[in-house]
Design a binder for this molecule. Structure first.
Ligand code: NAD
Length: 277
């Protein structure tokens, strides 16, 4: 299989797939970027070894199955290619057009998009029935869920094939139709935006809003903490997209979220968001 993009998600997908026996070609725009991705996988595997979750032999076998590349042509023999490049429709469409020209007609081309329309991405491929969403969660080697997203064009055969893949890498699967935000982001973002509005209205402190969900509903993280982890700029971009697509006031970005992003308070990565790090 091939993975396009060796950033946060591409690394995680490569890690999990190789650990479960798949031969992975890991592509990025430069060989150095692909190698940096593989180095990060090695670091994560070392943590697994130190916690006795991964054996040293499995770590070595996993790394030996990951080949780094900056040449997309090496994907010509792949049965499955998963892309994890930046969340920009034009970029993903261009990639799917290029992959269509390189891969076998029966290869499955998958996108890890967290919010874009799979149907629009599939439209750029020569064989759109073989295009599907494989939405992984960060960190991929720890999160159990894999959301399979059916584009309007995706065939039943393609869905069945990726279910086999998902089971082989030991993920829990859900299948959703292509619709704005799928199942996970639609619900998760709705909760995060409502929590932000509650903070804006002074209903409770950020910590208490998060405690309400953690202690009352058993969520491992509160909606505001999760926003800080994902990045408030990322959350705002998804909210704007969902609002534009659905017109639903549920997704109208709260002023507080906009102001925080404009002020550079992006969450954990900038040192400050709803909390200070
Ligand atoms: P990232 O920025 O960490 O990694 C993107 C990688 O793609 C980088 O290594 C970059 O060099 C490479 N890249 C850029 N342009 C490219 C191109 N034209 N061709 C090939 N590679 C290219 O991003 P990420 O967080 O891994 O996100 C990737 C995708 O996964 C996005 O669609 C995002 O929405 C989705 N996603 C992210 C998360 C998350 O929590 N980070 C969760 C689920 C889904």
């Amino acid at each position: 299989m091939g993975i396009v993009g060796a950033g946060t998600m591409g690394q995680g997908i490569a890690h999990v797939a190789a650990l479960h026996g798949f031969e992975v070609k890991l592509y990025d725009v430069t060989l150095a970027a692909a190698q940096a991705g593989k180095a990060k996988i090695q670091q994560n595997l070392e943590v697994g070894v130190s916690k006795a979750k991964v054996t040293a032999a499995d770590r070595d076998a996993c790394l030996a199955r990951i080949a780094c590349t900056e040449r997309l042509e090496v994907f010509s023999g792949c049965e499955l290619v998963i892309e994890a490049i930046p969340e920009k429709l034009a970029l993903k469409q261009d990639l799917f057009t290029r992959l269509s020209g390189l891969c076998a007609p029966d290869a499955i081309l998958a996108s890890n998009t967290s919010s874009l329309s799979l149907t629009e991405i599939a439209a750029a491929a020569t064989h759109p029935t073989r295009v599907v969403g494989l939405h992984f969660f960060n960190p991929v080697h720890l999160m159990k869920l894999l959301e399979i997203v059916r584009a309007f064009q995706t065939s039943d055969e393609t869905v069945e094939a990726v279910k086999v893949f998902g089971a082989a890498i030991k993920k829990e699967l859900i299948v959703v139709k292509d619709s704005p935000g799928f199942a996970s982001s639609r619900l998760g973002v709705a909760l995060g935006l409502e929590a932000t509005r509650m903070l804006e209205e002074g209903v409770a402190s950020a910590a208490d809003i998060d405690r309400a969900m953690k202690l009352g509903y058993g969520h491992p993280l509160g909606p505001l903490e999760l926003g800080d982890l994902v990045g408030l700029d990322v959350r705002l971009a998804i909210a704007e997209y969902l609002y534009a697509e659905t017109g639903s006031p549920t997704f109208r970005p709260p002023q507080l979220l906009k102001k925080m992003v404009r002020a550079g308070k992006l969450g954990k990565k900038s040192g400050e968001g709803f909390y200070t790090y």
